[in-house]
Design a protein around this ligand. Structure first.
Ligand SMILES: [Mg+2]
Length: 203
């Protein structure tokens, strides 16, 4: 499953980590990959958060030479840090999985059109990876319909699963946003529990 976002900071990593924990509780063998990450030095990285959830080393989640300690899009961070440029095919070529994995998550970077490598964004990553499923994480609040429509249209996948993060069932707007997206024909979930049920064949 490729995890994409409608923007940066919408909760891709948090949602993926909670979903991994949920599936592991069901006994599924799950692994997480972050092909490349850039970050503010001193902050907990996505590879560390995901690895904590999947019981993997952060360097197995994201190879250590793909850690860029500068809060910019990864290919920009590489350039600014004087490190070598890399392409989408480099990232795909570095992806490896442990034996017996039943659900493998790949977290993208930023929003769907944010640069991932010097030659492509998350749409290009999805084209190269050909994931079985795409999870599009969005914030449930005002503006989400526009962002989900633009993002889902950009990603060439027949049935992306939309997760509305920080969904508050008592918030009338959140509920109406969800209903509107469902009327668009999208598959929409609003809780980790419901996402887990979709992915866990044992429940
Ligand atoms: Mg993240």
């Amino acid at each position: 499953m490729l995890v994409l976002g409608t923007g940066t900071g919408v909760g891709k990593t948090w949602v993926t980590a909670r979903l991994i924990e949920r599936l592991r509780r069901d006994g599924l063998r799950v692994a997480a990959r972050k092909p490349v990450q850039s970050f503010e030095p001193g902050e907990r990285t996505d590879a560390e958060v995901l690895g904590c959830a999947s019981a993997e080393r952060p360097e197995d989640v994201c190879p250590s030479h793909r850690w860029y300690p500068l809060a910019m899009a990864p290919p920009m961070a590489a350039e600014a840090l004087g490190r070598a440029a890399f392409r989408i095919s480099d990232l795909i070529g570095e992806l490896t999985w442990p034996d017996g994995v039943e659900v493998g998550f790949v977290e993208g970077v930023g929003g769907v059109r944010s640069p991932v490598a010097v030659d492509g964004d998350a749409v290009a990553l999805a084209d190269a990876l050909r994931p079985d499923s795409v999870l599009l994480v969005a914030a449930a609040a005002l503006g989400v319909i526009n962002l989900v429509r633009l993002s889902a249209a950009a990603v060439d996948h027949p049935d992306p699963l939309v997760h509305l993060n920080l969904f508050d069932p008592t918030d009338d707007l959140h509920g109406r946003n969800r209903d509107w997206l469902v009327r668009d024909g999208l598959s929409v979930e609003t809780s980790i529990e419901a996402l887990g049920r979709r992915l866990s064949p044992r429940r």
